[in-house]
Design a protein around this ligand. Structure first.
Ligand code: SF4
Length: 409
């Protein structure tokens, strides 16, 4: 068995295609459960942000010699909260600075309250071809508890408006395991979501994040501590209902109709290269993981000017104070193996053995003989053709499986 330190390290090259993520750090209001790098009440920074993000996009485009882009994801935050002209301007800058694939998947996250026929037409005219809508629930009481700005009817109407504008690839996010949420409320929400005929559904169990207003409400007893057993029942019920409606589960939290899987998120789960642009955005490129500084105000100040190439390698050239990259992590072969396993095992396709050999020059069985045999023995993973993946039971105990593949590093 090879030592992890001796394993070859061949992360995919960025010049064979990347995913491009753009972080939009603005929301009209901050939801009480959310700990993302996003802010309300700083709309005055939007014009500066758009200029800075376009500078950063051009800077990376030049430094990386205009690499091919397979997918674009405008996330946040609330990209749909930006003026539609800004979305168009940002996408034009991307097309001028990168070689965007003709069939690139271009996703925009969207809040129902931002959707109008005019904006939907503008987004589609700008090239957005996939919408990911944060519906979260179709129960007005729970939407209120979550601090959402829309009602259930408004979410359905927004979805139909987007369909009418020509969006043929639409995803809905729903949350389960909410305080006071019954199994009946959950299945009602799911059934309403299915009745409007989305192409893709993401289901997220509520996590109580430290430091959020919701965490305070749970700590002080205003809301009950979430019931993990009930959340597991909700998940299993969702698996049944979605399968009955023709949705295939392709990742622990994601279901799609045939051919409608999120190509951008598949890049993350297959541990392939992506570039993140904007405050707090993360990247995995040129064999390194790195992250931008989080503060929108500081980001705008640092990326206020056109980037001037200085002869350094791209990631070093973009480090602060010349660029927005604040943190660069060391990525050893052992870390890359662990991350490839952790993310790949989330997928229904699992970790593909031939891809693993290509990347690490050795087989999965040689690197993890004991781990694989133990997990097979207790029925948490299974071998299917060219891959190792979670079993049905393993999906409920994913963390136990992931822990096996994380080395000492
Ligand atoms: S809209 Fe989304 S990103 Fe914004 S605060 Fe709410 S959950 Fe967070």
């Amino acid at each position: 068995m090879p030592e992890l330190a001796e394993i070859e390290h061949n992360p995919p090259l960025y010049n064979s295609g990347i995913g491009l993520y753009l972080h939009v750090p603005f929301c009209e209001t901050k939801c009480p459960y959310c700990d993302f790098n996003t802010y309300s009440g700083i709309e005055d920074q939007i014009p500066g942000y758009v200029r800075a993000v376009e500078n950063e996009l051009r800077g990376w485009g030049n430094l990386l010699s205009h690499p091919p882009v397979r997918t674009i994801f405008l996330g946040g935050g609330t990209p749909s909260y930006l003026p539609a002209d800004d979305i168009e301007s940002i996408l034009t800058t991307i097309r001028r600075s990168y070689e965007v694939d003709n069939f690139a998947e271009i996703t925009m996250e969207c809040n129902p309250g931002d959707v109008t026929p005019e904006r939907a037409a503008s987004w589609i005219g700008s090239g957005v071809n996939r919408i990911s809508m944060g519906a979260q629930s179709f129960d007005d009481g729970l939407l209120k508890l979550l601090g959402r700005r829309h009602t259930a009817v408004e979410a359905s109407n927004a979805f139909q408006t987007l369909r009418g504008a020509g969006f043929l690839n639409q995803s809905l996010d729903l949350m389960y395991g909410l305080p006071h949420q019954s199994l009946g409320q959950w299945t009602d929400s799911l059934d309403t979501a299915l009745s409007i005929d989305p192409d893709h559904i993401s289901l997220y169990g509520l996590q109580i994040e430290k430091g959020t207003p919701l965490a305070v409400d749970v700590a002080t007893g205003r809301y009950p501590v979430p019931d993990d057993d009930l959340a597991a029942d909700m998940y299993e019920e969702a698996q049944r209902r979605l399968a009955a409606k023709g949705f295939a589960q392709y990742e622990i939290s994601n279901w799609a109709k045939a051919g409608m899987e999120s190509r951008h998120n598949l890049i993350y789960w297959r541990n392939e290269p992506y570039l993140g642009v904007g405050p707090g955005a993360h990247s995995w490129l040129a064999g390194r993981r790195f992250a931008n500084l989080k503060s929108p105000r500081r980001y705008v100040a640092i990326v206020a000017d056109e980037y001037r190439p200085n002869g350094l390698d791209p990631v070093t050239a973009m480090r602060m104070p010349a660029g927005p990259v604040e943190q660069v992590d060391v990525t050893t072969p052992a870390i890359d193996v662990a991350e490839t396993m952790m993310m790949g095992m989330r997928l229904n396709e699992g970790v593909t053995m031939s891809r693993f050999v290509k990347r690490f020059g050795t087989s999965l069985g040689d690197v993890f003989p004991n781990e694989i045999s133990r997990l097979l023995g207790i029925g948490l993973i299974e071998v299917t053709g060219d891959a190792i993946r979670l079993s049905e039971r393993g999906r409920l105990l994913g963390n136990e499986v992931f822990a096996e593949f994380i080395g000492d590093e």
